[in-house]
Design a binder for this molecule. Structure first.
Ligand code: UD1
Length: 423
């Protein structure tokens, strides 16, 4: 992470070529935490080289685990010994996924104390559903003093019904429940591909989880998880979607490779609806060809398999140059439109009313100096810069580095005129 860098983009280039998609950020951060549950060595492949993952790997090392980088995208993690349930590395306060250490340490050590998670600022980010799940398993849960802590003498399987569909709470309760005594049923569970990925990983290590990917997950607690296996992280549907939208915005042709096309369904359907692209799907790749200016559409973000909130900012960039008035309704987060004031600097005409953005398409965006506000907003502003006339300078790149490996290099290889330079 280098906070002294900025991006300089000269817009107007059509992106062309193939791009390899890395492993899913949101799966990877949970898998690295899940390794704490395994009394042995696991090898994780297709792990993205991003800050969030690196912070968690550092913490695993501090807790007594042995972390070895075998290749740039492969690590071996051996948590035969976990010395402590307390994770106090202050970097954990910068990322959201630090909360997975709570579920994993509670499962493994029966007590967890983890610096309160940070991550992107989308308004209030409560942890009441995590609390509900851990308490159902018999733990005491507390969020005072800058830490999330959970402890118990005995974890017991339970019925957990989530009042709100939550990716984080679903994975966290799953992590704690695999080593609980008896059966846990999670109802109203989130269904994202990364939830299935975490369940597959845990099952490979000896857990007994059924139903991941549906709204009811059943976990039969086991005594221990053993390692000796290699697991490959599911492709990142958000990175893939970001490049697909970049193809549409620049009227280029991009093949996103190493993906699971079904995971992209809500985006492919929406992109086709704009009339801006032709899309060809293969077994593990999708080619998006930008053919004309998009027509405005309605996008409503929601839980998987709905349109992902993590592609909302990128879609707003596309709609900002569409023909007509588009509408984007943010169905997951209270406050995920803060980056729009940066798009205004580039000439976008967008009005935000609560969780709805009304986007009157302009014929072109104009390059400007802008500031990334969060991870996905960083990507969306870069996409806007690729489409804009003139030069766009993007500051605050540390957000980008949290979730996209080699984003700038990949764009440059696709023909973008983009450079990372010292501020
Ligand atoms: C994860 C993703 C994030 C994505 C989000 C929704 C990771 C590391 N991050 O975040 O990129 O935008 O899913 O797909 O995987 N909520 C509660 N109580 C809780 C937990 C959540 O009310 O205890 C609410 C949140 O405020 C939000 C909604 O539920 O409105 C969804 O949140 P959740 O799915 O938990 O998101 P995260 O796991 O934090």
């Amino acid at each position: 992470m280098n906070t002294n860098e900025k991006l300089v983009i000269k817009g107007g280039k059509k992106l062309k070529g193939e791009v390899n998609i890395h492993g899913s950020k949101n799966a990877a951060v949970a898998l690295v935490a899940a390794a704490l549950l395994v009394e042995g060595k696991v090898v994780i492949e297709n792990l993205p080289e991003i800050t969030d993952v690196q912070i968690l790997l550092n913490v695993i090392g501090e807790l007594g685990g042995k972390v070895e980088h075998l290749r740039h995208d492969t690590v071996s993690i051996d948590c035969t010994i976990v010395n402590s349930g307390k994770a106090e590395n202050y970097d954990l306060s910068k990322i959201r996924a630090s909360y997975y250490l709570v579920g994993a340490l509670l499962g493994r050590k029966r007590h967890a104390e983890v610096i309160f998670p940070g991550g992107c600022n989308f308004g209030v980010r409560p942890v009441d559903q995590h609390k509900k799940g851990f308490e159902a398993l018999g733990a005491q849960f507390d969020t005072t003093g800058g830490y999330i802590s959970a402890k118990t003498r005995k974890l017991t399987g339970a019925q957990v019904y989530f009042d709100k569909i939550s990716v984080g709470a679903t994975i966290n309760v799953m992590l704690a429940a695999v080593l609980a005594e008896g059966m846990t049923n999670i109802e109203n569970a989130a269904r994202e591909p990364h939830i299935v990925d975490v369940a597959n990983f845990l099952n490979m290590m000896g857990a007994d989880i059924k139903g991941a990917g549906t709204s009811v997950i059943r976990i039969r607690g086991v005594e221990k998880l053993t390692g000796g296996k290699t697991y490959s992280v599911v492709p990142d549907m958000i990175e893939a979607g970001t490049f697909m939208i970049a193809a549409a915005v620049t009227k280029g042709t991009i093949t996103v490779k190493n993906i699971i096309p079904e995971h992209m369904e809500s985006l492919t359907v929406k992109l086709k609806e704009t009339g801006a692209v032709s899309i060809i799907e293969g077994d593990d790749h999708i080619t998006v060809k930008g053919i004309k200016r998009p027509k405005a559409v309605l996008v409503q973000t929601m839980e998987y398999p709905g349109f992902p909130t993590d592609l909302q900012p990128q879609m707003v960039s596309l709609l900002s140059i569409a023909e007509g008035q588009g509408t984007v309704v943010e169905g997951v987060w209270d406050n995920r439109f803060q980056y729009i004031e940066q798009l205004h600097q580039m000439g976008a005409d967008i009005r935000v009313e609560g969780r709805t953005a009304l986007i009157s398409g302009v014929s072109k965006l104009i390059g400007a100096p802008i500031r990334a506000m969060d991870l996905r907003a960083a990507a969306s502003l870069i996409i806007a810069g690729l489409a804009a006339e003139g030069t766009t300078t993007v500051y605050n790149l540390e957000y980008l580095d949290r979730g996209y490996e080699g984003f700038v290099k990949k764009l440059a290889e696709l023909g973008a005129d983009i450079k990372r330079v010292q501020v």
